[in-house]
Design a protein. Structure first.
Length: 436
């Protein structure tokens, strides 16, 4: 798990607004997420952490919890756009920012209003998956669905099905999302924020925006209609809209998505420089299943000891099978191998040995061309390996058909797990579980 950066508090009237800063500028960028957030907890999801570090790789990036959510002070009144702009002003003053780029996701209100009224302070605007009215509650049916989820199911993680339907299939992510909901705010405040969002309509403000604007939308997402995003772009003078395939709104664009490169170029004026060596490698992803529940059962001290022993086992096996540790994500590892059979055997031993600690690990593997980027690894093969891991069950080593075909003649046996769509990867993929 990546440790979050230090949290500061900006004074906005009598309230304190929590914020965090990562990376170095210029440029200075503020990322404004949806209505609720939790600064610390969002670092506990590996993919969220990767997105945040990607922003930090090209900008000094500021994140903050809106009033009434996360680490910021609770609400005493509904946060009007005027009040939200005061809070944003307070954060910018606390970080000592003169001019900033704003990145707004899911709802346009705060960023659009601030850009239109403070062109002297805003140098660029990026709007991701937004409509100009009603936030994400664009009709009575959708609004009723959202309110029902809040009234009867807040804290159960049901909103993951709306904001990240593909990732919601991953049990680990679903468990984290449920805890995220409970930690962000209470059901009462959540309902107030959704009601407020449903009433917002900033279409009259959009023509007054005079800063360079980039819009992005996922075509198949279940919340924001494509036509609504197109309307937003058409109303902002000279705005550019990029339409991309996919369903998940949360954490899109991801750190390795081409749309993230577009954002970087838009904000910095330069294309991302990737001096990459391309090699064929087998990529291994591991993670501990049910880690949050297990940590709660044994307590912090014992959990830390178990995690240290887990890490030692994984690293010892990587060394034995000539694996290269790339990085840790949450409580799992990313590694590469030059021999696919060795990678599978390594994964098997990791699962077996960690089981003796009372922990259950799942592993996913894929072989393909990878980009070696300094101390990291990138490319579509890495995406596929991560998505294969998402489909693995507790105590299972799951591989793509590519890996299975490359180890023909070895002593490895496999059970067919059928074809699956892999999140963010075109086509259907046949997956196999190692059975010996």
């Amino acid at each position: 798990m990546l440790a979050p950066p230090p949290t500061g508090y900006a004074r906005s009237g009598e309230a304190r607004i929590a914020f965090q800063v990562t990376g170095d500028g210029p440029p200075d960028v503020v990322v404004v997420g949806g209505p609720v957030s939790h600064l610390d907890l969002q670092w506990e999801d590996p993919e969220t952490a990767r997105v945040r570090w990607r922003y930090a790789s090209f900008a000094r990036t500021i994140f903050f919890d809106r009033r009434g959510t996360g680490l910021s002070d609770p609400l005493e009144q509904l946060p009007s756009l005027d009040l939200q702009m005061d809070d944003l002003d307070a954060v910018l003053d606390a970080v000592e920012v003169d001019r900033v780029a704003l990145i707004g996701a899911v709802e346009a209100g705060l960023c659009a209003m601030y850009a239109a009224t403070h062109p002297d302070r805003v140098r660029a605007l990026v709007l991701i998956n937004v409509a100009g009215y009603g936030g994400v509650t664009l009709n009575d049916e959708r609004r009723a669905q959202m309110l029902d989820l809040i009234e009867n199911h807040w804290g159960e993680g049901r909103f993951a099905q709306l904001f990240a339907p593909e990732r919601a299939r991953d049990e680990r992510f679903a468990d984290w999302w449920a805890r995220f909901e409970r930690s962000c705010t209470t059901p009462v405040i959540a309902r107030r924020l959704v009601d407020l969002n449903a009433q917002a309509d900033v279409r009259g403000v959009l023509p007054a925006i005079r800063v360079p604007t980039l819009g992005l939308i996922r075509r198949d997402n279940p919340l924001v209609p494509l036509d609504a995003a197109r309307t937003v772009a058409s109303l902002i003078p000279n705005a550019r809209l990029i339409e991309a395939p996919g369903t998940d709104l949360y954490n899109w664009p991801g750190p390795d998505d081409p749309e993230m490169d577009v954002i970087e170029e838009f904000l910095t004026g330069r294309r991302p420089q990737r001096s990459a060596e391309r090699v064929l490698a087998t990529v291994l992803f591991t993670d501990i299943v049910g880690s949050t529940k297990r940590a709660a059962e044994v307590g912090d001290g014992t959990w830390r000891e178990m995690l240290d022993r887990h890490n030692a086992i994984v690293r010892e096996r990587l060394g034995r099978f000539r694996g290269r540790e790339i990085k840790t994500l949450g409580d799992g590892f990313v590694a590469t191998f030059d021999r696919p059979a060795g990678a599978v055997h390594c994964a098997q031993e990791i699962v077996e040995q960690v089981d003796g600690l009372g922990l259950s690990v799942r592993c996913g593997l894929h072989t393909g061309e990878c980009e070696l980027l300094d101390d990291d690894v990138g490319g579509i093969a890495v995406h596929i390996g991560a998505r294969v891991n998402e489909h693995a069950r507790a105590g299972e080593v799951l591989v793509s058909s590519t890996v299975k075909d490359l180890v023909v003649g070895s002593d490895l046996e496999f059970a067919d797990r059928g074809t699956h769509g892999l999140r963010g990867v075109p086509g259907e993929w046949r997956l196999y579980a190692v059975s010996n």
